[in-house]
Design a protein around this ligand. Structure first.
Ligand SMILES: [Zn+2]
Length: 521
């Protein structure tokens, strides 16, 4: 038997092959990278035990298909995991504490880059200096950038890298002993920033850090939104090695050579360039999402369209016939109008599975239009909890159909879930919890007006697997039916029996029948 078609038999588990109903099976059999059989342990033993290369006892554990996050930013996640986040630090003591904890979590780091501090918020009323950092980290260089990106502080190990360059006192101040005190400004800050980034290596390397993190959370397929060409080129080699399935949506300004790029990278089941991300409007947080009626808390402000229906259509025209799927950011109802108008005027049948990202402030009349035009929706249940100010901004009436989930599901629209990570944490159980509880625990006001938009856990899981997979145009993932990819996760507890699903941990993640993550005991 060659390795490609090797048979692995998993038995004695509680395996959910799909979430359309709650009916687990005991056993799955994997041939190569796909599911070839599921059923009782007895049956699979009878048929496959003698030819199986591996027989694995699941010890009655619960097994799910891997989660599919239909919209996240892999590059930004990589940066946020790699860099020390110092935003919100209110003292030098706290800055040191965060540095200490980052160091212990990253014992192998060759350099530490942090960002986001502001001495104006420090209770000590002074800038941090080299001596503050040296007491915490003295074996590798440290560069902590001020939030303005025009200044920073470095430790002694980093100052050693100054070599023959000299900077004037005003950008590299010195302490009484004549040595720089560690504060760096303007050109000196840029110098050390470059040294730090050269040491950390290629930024795209952060994509593997991020991918491995997602696998550890049980996410096996992702829609990588606002992807750049550099990332695609990196993932062309790395995605299959890491074992994560990436469907890329290119930034509009980097999408010009999409067909040539597809040819060059040689798409496979781990990496495909699905299409292009477009922005119809802004965001609710900044009150720039385009609304038909003014913001409740913003007098005459109705937000702004970034692309109206005409500009969207021109973009459709440009890529007509080139097999490009458009993922269109639209949060306000006027933004959603723009997408609907563009799709309907250009002709739905000339488009490849158009999808709306966020689709937050829905109106009653949108539902049928989205359905008729078969426009998919990628929604982020965790926003309901994080956007605690939403009712203030939208008013009660508009809150009712905002962040809808049950309605979209009931009307059988094509819906997938996502986290927009790192905007929301990528842990799927937080999203499942938000979809099911809708901010009840956090006492979110929106629940009062839109309580009926809660869904049950089975629905949330269905949307997070099969639903998201359909947005990514990938029918081979999201379920463990015969012929599907063997992308599945083994859980440490049974989600259907838990009060708080946020406590669930993934024990092992398989992608294409290969173990890609295993929790430390
Ligand atoms: Zn996003």
């Amino acid at each position: 038997m060659d390795g490609k078609g090797a048979i692995k038999l998993f038995y004695n588990g509680s395996i959910y092959t799909k979430f359309d109903k709650k009916s687990p099976v005991e056993s799955i059999v994997v041939k190569g990278d796909r599911i070839t059989f599921y059923g009782t342990s007895e049956e699979s033993m009878k048929r496959y035990a003698t030819i199986a290369e591996q027989i694995i006892n699941l010890e009655e554990k619960v097994v799910f298909p891997g989660f599919v996050d239909s919209h996240l930013h892999l590059d930004d996640l990589g940066s946020s995991l790699t860099y020390l986040d110092l935003r919100g630090t209110d003292s030098i003591v706290e800055l040191k504490e965060r540095l200490r904890s980052y160091r212990s979590r990253n014992p192998g780091a060759r350099v530490i880059i942090g960002m986001g501090w502001d001495q104006e918020s420090f209770s000590e009323g002074r800038w941090p200096e080299r001596s503050d950092l040296d007491g915490i980290v003295n074996d590798v260089p440290v560069f902590l950038e001020r939030f303005c990106e025009h200044a920073g502080v470095v430790n002694s190990k980093m100052l050693d890298r100054l070599e023959s360059v000299s900077f004037p006192e005003k950008v590299l101040p010195r302490s009484r002993d004549g040595r720089p005190n560690g504060i760096v400004k303007e050109e000196a800050a840029s110098y050390f920033k470059k040294v730090a980034h050269d040491l950390i290596g290629n930024e795209v390397g952060n994509l593997s850090v991020a991918s491995n993190y997602l696998l550890s959370l049980g996410i096996t397929s992702i829609g990588f939104v606002s992807c750049g060409t550099e990332s695609v080129e990196y993932l062309a080699n790395e995605a299959s090695r890491i074992g994560i399935r990436v469907r890329a949506y290119m930034r509009q300004e980097e999408a010009g050579g999409i067909e040539e790029m597809r040819m060059r990278i040689g798409e496979n089941s781990y990496l495909k360039i699905n299409g292009i991300k477009l922005f119809a409007d802004g965001a609710l947080g900044a009150a720039t999402a385009a609304l038909r009626e003014p913001y409740e808390d913003g007098k005459d402000n109705r937000g702004m369209l970034i692309m109206d229906s005409g500009s969207l259509e021109r973009e459709f025209e440009k890529y007509d016939g080139r097999n490009v799927q458009f993922a269109m950011h639209a949060i306000g109802d006027r933004g959603i109008d723009a997408v609907i108008e563009a799709v309907s005027s250009f002709g739905r049948d000339r488009l490849v599975e158009p999808r709306i990202e966020h689709c937050t402030v829905l109106r009653e009349d949108h539902i049928n239009r989205l359905k008729e035009l078969r426009i998919g929706v990628s929604t982020q249940p965790a926003f309901v909890i994080d956007d605690w100010w939403a009712v203030n901004r939208l008013g009660k009436e508009r809150s009712r159909l905002s962040y809808p989930l049950a309605t979209l599901q009931k009307e059988q629209l094509k819906v997938g879930l996502s986290t927009d990570c790192p905007v929301e944490p990528p842990n799927p159980w937080f999203t499942v919890d938000a979809a099911v509880n809708r901010g009840e625990r956090e006492k979110r006001e929106i629940l009062k007006y839109s309580g009926e938009e809660r869904v049950n856990i089975l629905t949330a899981l269905y949307l997070y697997t099969t639903g998201s997979a359909s947005l990514l145009m990938d029918s081979d993932v999201g379920s463990l039916e015969v012929g599907s990819f063997a992308d599945f996760i083994i859980l440490d507890s049974d989600p259907f029996e838990l009060q708080d699903v946020r406590k669930i941990r993934v024990q092992e993640t398989y992608v294409g029948g290969v173990s890609r993550f295993r929790a430390k005991k």
